[in-house]
Design a binder for this molecule. Structure first.
Ligand code: FMN
Length: 376
């Protein structure tokens, strides 16, 4: 059916950007699942601040450089990717779509980028790996070190290219929506990497979020730099700490053998009032002084966000919620469409910035905004 402007209803309903994918996902997801994915901790100050930080930088484009069809390709840890956007580790993809991590991994592969499979996946990593192209494994360190070691060995055997170890989660941030909803995995979903063990399921019956109770019971709440050393000692894979915000921690991470760093506040889901990642980035980049590559995630929703992060020193960015919204709306195709939207935006924005490639994005391309626009 054509409307007054000649667009059929289906086209009119197609989300045009990442924010519209979120709205479309809200319509199809169960409220407990939507709240878990969308939410942040506490007052969600950091969740909002991640977005707002991008609004405090402006692009200062160059002109008459003959740029058209810019090259979005780059490398991360020497691995070639087709655009500077990776799939961040996100737990429980089957909350969004029955094909879960298998569909997301396929979308990353089609997009020509790296998929980071999570410890808390709802398919076992051995079923996800064959669907991905390049993929890394995100590790949560369990109290049970043998269990942790076996998981690392399985990721290696299945072809992971790196180990992303999450360092900002000694305990789960207090996500009030999950507390209120008494978040629990629906029947049939589990921590699929641990099938057959006593940490495969979340026991029900907590006063609040059952996930929070699971973390407190099973994860190591007392990690130190020595544990990073231990991890490096049991694997030949590059180790990448995720969740670094302080420049001194960035320096320390390099001293302890980190091969790259992810500047992240877990998408505003851990310490509320933690610094927005774009604000934390420059000091971290200075601290590591080119010694390792720095990645950033948190609030990346537009091509211009990606360019701002690159200009401030990130090698590439990661997206979390955006591809999950796509997955919820239309499975593998939806997740892929979200990345394609970002790819088209980055390509257009680079052209308008006068950059022929992402390598041409330099610090001089951004300046701090005098007049701050709330980017929502
Ligand atoms: C629903 C959800 C689950 C997540 N699960 C994990 C996880 O298991 N491990 C982890 O290191 N980060 C996890 N994260 C954080 C993401 O890796 C990433 O840091 C964050 O989503 C980036 O922010 P964005 O969603 O604004 O892009 C999760 C994020 C979301 C939204």
């Amino acid at each position: 059916m054509n409307d007054a402007h000649g667009a059929d209803a289906e086209t009119a309903a197609m989300p045009l950007n990442v924010m519209e994918y979120e709205e479309a996902a809200r319509r199809v997801l169960a409220p407990m699942a939507f709240d878990y994915i969308a939410g942040g901790s506490g007052d969600e100050v950091t969740l909002r601040a991640n977005r707002a930080a991008f609004g405090r930088w402006c692009l200062v484009p160059r002109v008459l450089r003959g740029v058209g069809n810019p090259d979005l390709g780059t490398t991360v840890l020497g691995q070639q990717i087709d655009l500077p956007v990776l799939f961040a580790p996100v737990a429980f993809h089957r909350l969004a779509h029955d094909q879960g991590e298998k569909a997301s991994a396929g979308a990353a592969r089609s997009a020509g980028t790296i998929f980071i499979a999570g410890t808390s996946s709802t398919y076992p990593l051995e079923e996800i790996a064959p669907r991905a192209g390049l993929w890394w494994f995100q590790l949560y360190m369990y109290r049970d070190r043998d269990l942790t070691r076996r998981l690392v060995q399985r990721a290696e055997a299945a072809g992971a290219g790196a180990l992303v170890v999450t360092v900002d989660t000694p305990l789960l941030g207090r996500r009030e929506a999950d507390e209120r909803n008494r978040f629990v995995l629906p029947d049939g979903l589990s921590f699929a990497n641990f099938l057959g063990t006593d940490v495969a399921s979340m026991s029900e019956g907590s006063e609040g979020s059952n996930l929070s109770t699971y973390f407190r019971s099973n994860l190591d709440t007392t990690l130190t730099w020595a544990d990073l050393d231990w991890l490096a000692s049991i694997t030949s894979l590059p180790v990448i700490p995720k969740g670094i915000l302080h420049p001194d921690d960035a320096r320390q991470a390099v001293e302890h053998g980190a091969r790259a760093i992810v500047v992240s506040n877990h998408g505003g889901r851990q310490l509320d009032s933690a610094i927005p990642t774009l604000d934390a980035l420059p000091a971290v980049v200075d601290a590591v002084a080119g010694g390792v590559e720095v990645l950033l995630d948190g609030g990346v929703r537009r091509g211009t966000d990606v360019i701002k992060a690159l200009a401030l020193g990130a090698r590439a960015v990661m997206i979390g919620r955006p591809y999950i919204w796509g997955l919820a709306v239309d499975g593998e195709q939806g997740a892929q469409r979200v990345v394609e939207i970002l790819r088209e935006e980055i390509s257009l924005d680079l052209t308008l910035c006068g950059c022929a490639s992402v390598q041409e994005v330099k610090r001089g391309l951004v300046t701090q905004a005098r007049c701050v626009e709330n980017v929502g």
